[in-house]
Design a protein around this ligand. Structure first.
Ligand code: GUN
Length: 295
């Protein structure tokens, strides 16, 4: 079997168009404009490029958007005060602090300082807890994007054997939690594999849907995949530079071999990646609606 490609760029574009229409509607009917601030500390090149892309998309969708750049040597107290300012700003519905932060700043403390109602990353423990009990307002962006890719590609999630490789707080744990909820687009049987798993292939070979966020190139080879499985590759490994100076990327899945076995597969780049920013936009629209009491 040669797998059908799940085109993240196309699906993300479709969702952004739906959001653009919703933003027009919110403005016309309720005079509500979703507001997003992205806070960048320092000049980490990957972070700069992510934040630039988030700003660009939010402007394209008609948001009120603020880019707040802070120097590498900002103190933890100053950053906490800045967050407090945006917590109180009624024009801002979503606050995103780009990670990682410099070493002298306690990341947990910073994430805890964001008003959970404005936590469009879904990283605050209140939102993590709400997800756990099936009451989430905001799903973390990358896992939310994976669920949308599956739903919009017509994949049968309910009752499926889902195997997640990786247990990070940003991807592995939340995607497992999302897909096990007794809800539409979920209700799967979920297994999480990690570095402590004794026989990884035993589990991955059982997967109808295999989600890989291991952070290791070619962690998943063809012999670890069931014929006809749906494979979602969350890996973003920088393996060099293209002739035009861009980072050359590869996923965590041995794409060329696995695509001959899977029924559907996401490419890297162009699979999960484009969905993450789009889900941030979706969360910001939701935050604006929650703030205004619009259902
Ligand atoms: N750094 C890498 N991914 C993310 C993300 O999803 N959110 C934030 N805030 N920082 C990140």
């Amino acid at each position: 079997m040669t797998a059908k490609l799940i085109n993240g760029n196309e699906i993300a574009k479709q969702i952004r168009e739906e959001l653009r229409q919703e933003v027009i509607h919110l403005k016309e009917k309720y005079n509500v404009v979703p507001g997003l601030v992205t806070i960048l500390v320092g000049e980490n090149p990957a972070s700069v490029s992510y934040v630039t892309a988030k700003q660009k998309t939010s402007k394209e969708l008609g948001f009120y958007s603020v880019q707040d750049n802070q120097p590498e040597n900002i103190s933890e107290d100053q950053l906490l005060q800045l967050i407090d300012k945006y917590n109180k700003d009624p024009r801002i519905h979503g606050i995103l602090v780009q990670l990682p932060l410099p070493k002298h700043i306690n990341e947990t403390k910073v994430l805890y300082a964001i008003d959970p109602k404005k936590d469009v990353d879904g990283f605050h423990p209140v939102n993590v807890g709400k997800l756990m009990i099936g009451e989430a307002d905001y799903l973390p962006c990358t896992p939310a994007g994976i669920q949308q890719l599956l739903i919009r590609s017509g994949v049968q999630i309910e009752g499926a054997e889902v195997v997640v490789v990786g247990r990070s707080n940003i991807v592995g744990k939340p995607i497992a939690n999302i897909l096990l909820q007794k809800q539409k687009g979920a209700n799967a049987t979920v297994t999480i594999c990690h570095t402590g798993t004794r026989d990884m292939a035993f589990h991955t070979r059982r997967a109808d849907i295999l989600i890989v966020a291991a952070g290791k190139p070619k962690a998943i080879t063809a012999d670890m995949v069931k014929e006809g499985a749906v494979v979602i590759d969350v890996g973003v490994n920088r393996i060099g530079v293209t002739p035009d100076g861009k980072a050359k990327l590869c996923g965590d899945v041995d794409f060329e071999a696995v695509k001959e076995k899977a029924s559907m597969i996401t490419p890297v780049p162009g699979g999960v990646g484009p969905m993450t920013i789009t889900m941030l936009m979706m969360n910001t629209v939701k935050a604006a609606k929650l703030h205004a009491g619009i259902r």
